[in-house]
Design a binder for this molecule. Structure first.
Ligand code: GTP
Ligand code: MG
Length: 195
């Protein structure tokens, strides 16, 4: 499944702009600045096909990428906080929620959680939306390079405990660093194994 070239397809600003639902689709969701765009770049081995930035709220559209002939990778706008006007943020949050609850071909949502912070209440809201919409999701811990091993273990325990309350959650998490490459091959293999 995870084969061939990565290409940018389009940036979508409303549900009516979504491309035809003719491929398997996976998406990357998470708080603003958690590392969604960076992870897509690391996974696809493309430097900067998904635009990453230090400014929370960088990604304001639903960005579609093809990965080979059968798969869409979807980079989502972040939630939680953003350096953008309130009305603009409200619009893309609405779109995010519509997408997460209403996309037929969405096979799995990867929800990114910062290894330093664990699951916050804004994350829990999204996880509950995924439960309600019966979208299977898997947690990907990001920025593993920014925490010490023993602090990471504490956070992982917190995340594991919280996931037990979410029926749509896969119990296994993937710990990654887009910066150092940890966990990237593992995640790629998980995606390749989806059917
Ligand atoms: P929005 O589009 O604003 O929601 O953000 P995003 O989730 O797409 O985050 P993005 O990939 O733009 O990354 C945010 C910042 O975190 C950037 O400055 C990245 O360089 C940095 N970053 C992302 N992944 C890692 C990582 O694994 N390690 C470290 N140290 N920094 C990272
Ligand atoms: Mg982004």
């Amino acid at each position: 499944l995870f084969a061939g070239q990565t290409e940018f397809v389009k940036g979508v600003v409303g549900m009516d702009g979504l491309p035809p639902a003719d491929r398997i689709e996976i998406c990357f969701a998470g708080r603003s600045n958690v590392g969604k765009s960076s992870l897509i770049n690391a996974l696809t081995g493309t430097r900067g096909i998904a635009r990453a930035s230090n400014t929370p709220g960088r990604t304001q559209e639903i960005n579609y990428f093809t990965q080979g002939p059968e798969l869409y990778l979807v980079d989502l706008p972040g939630y939680g906080f953003a350096k953008a006007p309130v009305a603009v943020v409200a619009k893309w949050q609405g779109l995010l929620k519509s997408y997460l609850s209403g996309r037929q071909t969405l096979r799995r949502a990867f929800v990114l959680i910062d290894s330093r912070h664990g699951i916050k209440s804004v994350d829990d809201e999204i996880l509950s939306l995924l439960d309600k919409s019966a979208v299977p999701f898997q947690v990907v811990m990001t920025k593993a390079d920014k925490v010490k091993e023993k602090d990471r273990a504490v956070i992982l325990d917190q995340v594991r405990a919280k996931l037990q309350r979410h029926p749509a959650a896969y119990p296994e998490m993937v710990v990654t660093s887009s910066e150092k490459g940890d966990g990237i091959a593992t995640l790629r293999a998980i995606i390749a194994g989806l059917d």
